[in-house]
Ligand binder design. Sequence first.
Ligand SMILES: C[C@H](O)[C@H](O)[C@H]1CNC2=NC(N)=NC(=O)C2=N1
Length: 129
Amino acid sequence: MTSKLDPEERKALLLALEDTGWRATDEGDAMIKRLLFRDFSDAWGFMAEVALLAEKMDHHPDWRNVYKTLEITLTTHDCSGLSVLDIELARAIDGLAEGRGEVDRDIGRPLMRLADSAANSEDGAEDDA
Ligand SMILES: C[C@H](O)[C@H](O)[C@H]1CNC2=NC(N)=NC(=O)C2=N1
């Protein structure tokens, strides 16, 4: 069973991912990134590659595609929060997206606040920031 990242680990790992455009979601313990592609074909091609990777990792994104935009949400359902698998998938997605999708960095509050709030709470289960 995958476990949630511990607060120290979490802070270090999430801060690095904030640089590549990952943000905290408004609800739940999850992170989100929005990519803008040239057209639907490029977005779908990218999703196909991520899907194969996710199958290999046995860890899957929650996502929403509207025409050429793609919103990817990562969380680990098995532990209701962020685990090392989300970090690994985020890094792999960032690698695949390089030079392809334009990152929308203005999609909500920073990931750092998510990292901080979990580090300060007792069990890290809720983020009420
Ligand atoms: C049985 C299988 O390993 C699990 O259901 C995996 C599949 N993919 C998953 N993906 C995500 N994002 N979270 C999970 O908890 C998860 N669990």
